[in-house]
Each structure stands twice: as C-alpha cells, then as structure tokens.
Design a protein. Structure first.
Length: 249
C-alpha cells in the first residue's frame, strides 16, 4: 500500500513541505499518482528521503547534496570546509560557555571583555566603560597588557582623580604632577599601550575616534584637564605616547 506525502514525511522525520521542496529542486523524484491524482510513495522514496536527511543533518547545504553524494574531490572539499566551520563554531561555543560560567560564578561582569573576572568588580564605572569601548579596537595583545596594567593596586591618587568634580579648583587639577611619574612607569612597563592607535586592529582614524569619544563622554572637564597636563609633562620629558593611554593611569 503506497504512502501519501504526509505519511512519507512522518516516516522520514520531516515535513510535507520539505518533501515538496525536494521535488522542486530535483533532489527527490516525483512518484506515480493514483487515479484520484494523489501521489503514491514507496520504499525507494523513503530511502532517498532518509539519505537526503542524513546528509543535511551533517550540515551540508541542500545545493551541495548532489556533489557530496558523488564522492569526488569536490565532495571531499565540501566536507573539509564544513568540518572547519564546525570546529570554529565549537570553539566559539566553548568560549561562550566559559564566559557564562565566569558570569554565573560572579567572577566576571556581563558587559566586560572575557578573562577580566574579579578585576571588573574592583574597577570604577568610568574605567569599566572605557575598557568596554577600547575592547572594540585593541588587539588581544593590547587587551592582555591593559588587563595586567589594571590588575595593579589602585592607590589614593587614582581615587582622588576619580572623585574630581566638573568645577574642581585649579590646585586640585595639579594632581597631574603627582600622576605623571606613575604614568611614565606604566608606559615603560606596558609599551604596547603607549599609543592606542598603534595597538589597535582597526584603521588609525577609527581607533582614534573611539578613544576620543570615550574620553570626552566618560570623563568631565576636570579629568580631561588632568590628563592633558600629564601628557604635557610626559612630552616635556620625552616619554609620552598618546593622551588616550594616559587615561588608563
């Protein structure tokens, strides 16, 4: 007794719509029809449909099914490419699972770049925002250097800088003179961050635009004045990079 399209689809674990689509693109031969016009499917159609499903369940595109079934060199190349894509996808998903585990264990903030773990909880909100923005332009090597830099102890100077009000008096802004030696040492310890434009995987103009936008939006005028003063001091001593990396100090 022949099967209907719906029954064939049920046996093969697919849908009647998929069966009709396979007919349209030539993957599945049309069956004979009964006198009433209904299609009459047999075991050969079921086997063909199950083979199509087997190949597509491996991730092969419908358009590549005939080539893969041929078993020639093109078939092997399609399978090699598919295997490479699957390997990359597995690596990406494993990385996602590690990041989710760190977040669920309260060892990393949801918005922070991977591998920053407890460091995120100890950063002021402004530096966290800067770090997220910079993660869009910095190379992995620069991110690693930035992580090492930010992992150091944060002292009274940094707390005083973070607390600067928009209309901070001039003598408070001279905090730059106290911060300059620390900034100079950071430049020497982390040369990869001496110039964020060169430490970026983006074109220079785009990297510069990200750093400028981030600095001017996340810092007030007092902060920016201190950063400019730090930069000028370093320039006078021949140890300056760009103003943007002085903002990390």
């Amino acid at each position: 007794m022949a099967w209907s399209t719906r029954r064939l689809a049920e046996l093969a674990g697919t849908t009647a719509k998929a069966v009709r689509h396979y007919h349209e693109i030539g993957l599945l031969d049309e069956p004979e029809r009964a006198s009433n016009g209904y299609k009459r499917y047999g075991a050969n159609h079921l086997v063909r449909l199950l083979r199509i499903r087997r190949v597509t369940d491996l991730g092969v595109a419908l358009a590549d099914v005939p080539a893969v079934e041929s078993g020639d060199e093109r078939a092997r190349q399609i399978l090699r490419d598919l295997d490479a894509e699957l390997a990359a996808d597995i690596e990406r998903r494993q990385r996602m699972r590690r990041d989710l585990a760190a977040i669920m264990d309260n060892r990393a903030a949801l918005d922070m770049p991977p591998d920053f773990k407890t460091l995120a909880d100890d950063l002021p909100e402004t530096q966290r925002s800067l770090l997220v923005a910079y993660s869009s332009i910095l190379t992995p090597e620069a991110i690693a250097a930035l992580k090492e830099q930010l992992s150091g102890p944060r002292g009274d100077l940094e707390a005083e800088f973070a607390a600067l009000e928009e209309d901070a008096p001039e003598d408070v802004r001279r905090l730059a003179e106290q911060r300059a030696p620390e900034a100079r040492e950071q430049h020497r310890a982390h040369p990869a961050l001496a110039d964020l434009g060169r430490a970026s995987h983006r074109v220079r103009a785009l990297a510069d635009s990200v750093t400028v936008h981030a600095l001017t939006e996340f810092y007030n005028r007092a902060h920016l004045d201190v950063l400019r003063r730090v930069h000028n001091i370093l320039v006078e001593n021949g140890t300056a990079g760009s103003e943007s990396d002085d903002a990390q100090q």
